[in-house]
Write a protein that binds this ligand. Structure first.
Ligand code: NAD
Length: 322
């Protein structure tokens, strides 16, 4: 296939482009090298990595905005499928600038779907998030058919609204969409605003890292290779006219205290910590039931947190600090 990957220079997008090309697809990437959530420099470095590693006739990267309807229409008109990953991610910054999140995550998604409608492209994978689940009580893993009516942040609300657009475009125009609820992804090229990156960085710099809450909050951490495998399966298998939601998680939870201990064990160094209260918008737990993704996508996360952090650390320690 020819696949358009939005957010191609980002953390998940750059790995997705590499894997798509490795599987024989041709890829057009779109990214605006946004610098709201974190600086553009790591994204430029990712783009340089991609251009160096991938043959020029199989991969090209266009600099532009998903909200630019004309540009998106032109790019979508030339592909068979879209992997729509571009967005403003991050929970806490979405409380500071919710309008920006609504504009990029909703209007941007709308422009991608409109372009698909106009061009007759019927195969889309859409990056949603575990943030749609909100502040659930602990007890069982989150399932795709849970109501998800109370996201705890503007970011989570934009992702849930994006899922609703998916189903509307399926009903009206026969779009096929798999919405992928990613659960805290980590690994090489991870965003610097995310906790595992911050912990590794603190090990290297010795500067204390703010850690929120008492350490009991827990996340379902998912290694990048597992996420990319699920994403590729979704875009390869999505059927026109079908809308499905899939959790892509690691299916195990790790408390923040255990995460810190794992980083210390893997790196052999203590992590300097600056303890802070829980932040508005944060949730106490994320935990993915991945039964549906296993059934439909053969999704089988294989990287436990200790192994994944060791692999990330190998990469991280050899890089200049962003
Ligand atoms: P990222 O910020 O590294 O990648 C997003 C990319 O989108 C960036 O390169 C950015 O420049 C680009 N972008 C932003 N606004 C754009 C615009 N208007 N036009 C074109 N490009 C634009 O983030 P990531 O962690 O790789 O996340 C990828 C997707 O997965 C996002 O949709 C995010 O919400 C979702 N997600 C990520 C996680 C995670 O743990 N990393 C968890 C849940 C969901």
């Amino acid at each position: 296939m020819r696949v358009l990957v939005t957010g191609a220079a980002g953390f998940i997008g750059s790995h997705t482009c590499e894997r798509l090309v490795a599987r024989g697809h041709d890829v057009v990437g779109l990214d605006r090298f946004d610098d709201f959530l974190y600086p553009a420099a790591p994204k430029r470095a990712n783009a340089d990595d991609l251009r160096a590693a991938l043959p020029g006739d199989r991969f090209r990267l266009v600099e532009g905005d998903i909200c630019d309807g004309e540009l998106v229409a032109r790019l979508v008109g030339d592909v068979d499928a879209v992997c729509h990953l571009a967005a403003l991610a991050g929970v806490r910054p979405s409380l500071r600038d919710p309008r920006r999140y609504v504009r990029v995550n909703l209007e941007g998604t709308l422009s991608v779907f409109e372009a698909c409608r106009a061009a007759g492209v019927r195969r889309v994978a859409f990056a949603s998030s575990s943030s749609v689940y909100g502040k659930r009580a602990a007890g069982r893993a989150f399932r795709e058919d849970d109501p998800c009516l109370e996201p705890a942040s503007p970011y989570g609300a934009t992702k849930r609204a994006g899922e609703l657009l998916c189903s509307t475009y399926r009903d009206l125009y026969g779009l096929g969409v798999s919405a992928l609820r990613f659960f805290t992804v980590y690994g090489p090229r991870q965003r610097p605003d995310m906790m595992v990156h911050k912990l590794l960085r603190a090990v290297v710099t010795g500067e204390p890292v703010p850690v929120y809450g008492d350490g009991t909050s827990a996340r379902d951490y998912t290694f990048i290779d597992d996420i990319v495998a699920g994403t590729i399966a979704a875009v390869e298998r999505v059927q026109p006219g079908a809308f499905e939601i899939y959790n892509l998680g690691g299916h195990e939870t790790t408390t923040l205290a255990d995460l810190v201990a794992t980083v210390e064990r893997v790196t052999g160094h203590p992590v300097p910590i600056d303890r802070q209260p829980m932040q508005p918008g944060d949730v106490p737990l994320t935990f993915a039931d991945v039964t549906k993704a296993a059934r439909d996508l053969d999704y089988a996360p294989t990287t436990d947190v200790a192994t994944g952090i060791a692999r990330y650390w190998e990469w991280f320690r050899g890089r200049p600090m962003p």
